[in-house]
Design a protein around this ligand. Sequence first.
Ligand code: ADP
Ligand code: MG
Length: 304
Amino acid sequence: MSIFVADVSKMYGIQKALDRVNLSVAKGEVVALLGPNGAGKSTMMKIITCYLPQNEGEVKVCGYNVMTESLKVRQMVGYLPENNPLYPDMYVREYLEFVAGIHKLGSKAKTRVKEMIHQTGLEPEHHKKIGALSKGYRQRVGIAQALIHDPEVLILDEPTSGLDPNQLVEIRNLIRKVGEQKTVLLSTHIMQEVEAVCDRVVIINKGKIVADAPTHELQLLNMANRIIRMEFDKTYKWENLKDIAGVAEVQAEGEKIVRIFVSSEEDVRGRIFRFCAQNNWIILGMGYEDQSVEQVFRKLTFES
Ligand code: ADP
Ligand code: MG
């Protein structure tokens, strides 16, 4: 396991920021920690990277304990903190060499900095001061410094927040490329980011994990509560549809459209069709409503 988090709780004074969190990330996985502001994402990441101690539970990175083997953990982990703190007066190359020095890369430092500048696409800007870079290029510097000691695990705290749409796409591409070789845990509150970059999503809300699933399965989490959308030629007595086995709720949407909430996992469309035919209701259209990951997320975080 690259990241292993067992029953971790964290208090800030009397406030519980993390409440018995469990999380395992296997080597090579790219996982999103998704949740609204204040959910506990940054706190979780600070604990994994040894910047904050947990109050309860155990955290290991590549088998090393964050409390008792923090030097080892720091070697295994690269970290891009939230808001990417950088030194605006330093030149890109100078800064990366400085970080390489912190990691005691010695004679390897110069080559490694060069490799990082290449890998993160910083070549056109590497001679500039960090303060003169666009936000997108600053994020590249942040990712380059996180990767400089070639860690196995990369922790990225909201790596795309504040970027414009073009920069966003570029940084996501970079993360995807890096993710081919590293274990990545990134935090975000943006749904599209998860779908674009991550294999798996862990949803956190108010310090608790509320879902953990492969990205493509997230929609299926909601299977027991699917919605069928039907269009008719006019209004009928929609509430009668509730007599059909498996139909939980019926909701009219305007004069001709009705949304049917299904409570069973079987396909009830056949039964609905027959019911309508027997009553001479003229169906113009019928299909499952696409539940976006976004809707599932809302459900899991705000309604639970
Ligand atoms: P996220 O990164 O998901 O937005 P955080 O981990 O930053 O969430 O915060 C989780 C909760 O802990 C929030 O309610 C936040 O206000 C609180 N918190 C975070 N850092 C501190 C701190 N240093 N002192 C007190 N409360 C904090
Ligand atoms: Mg945060």
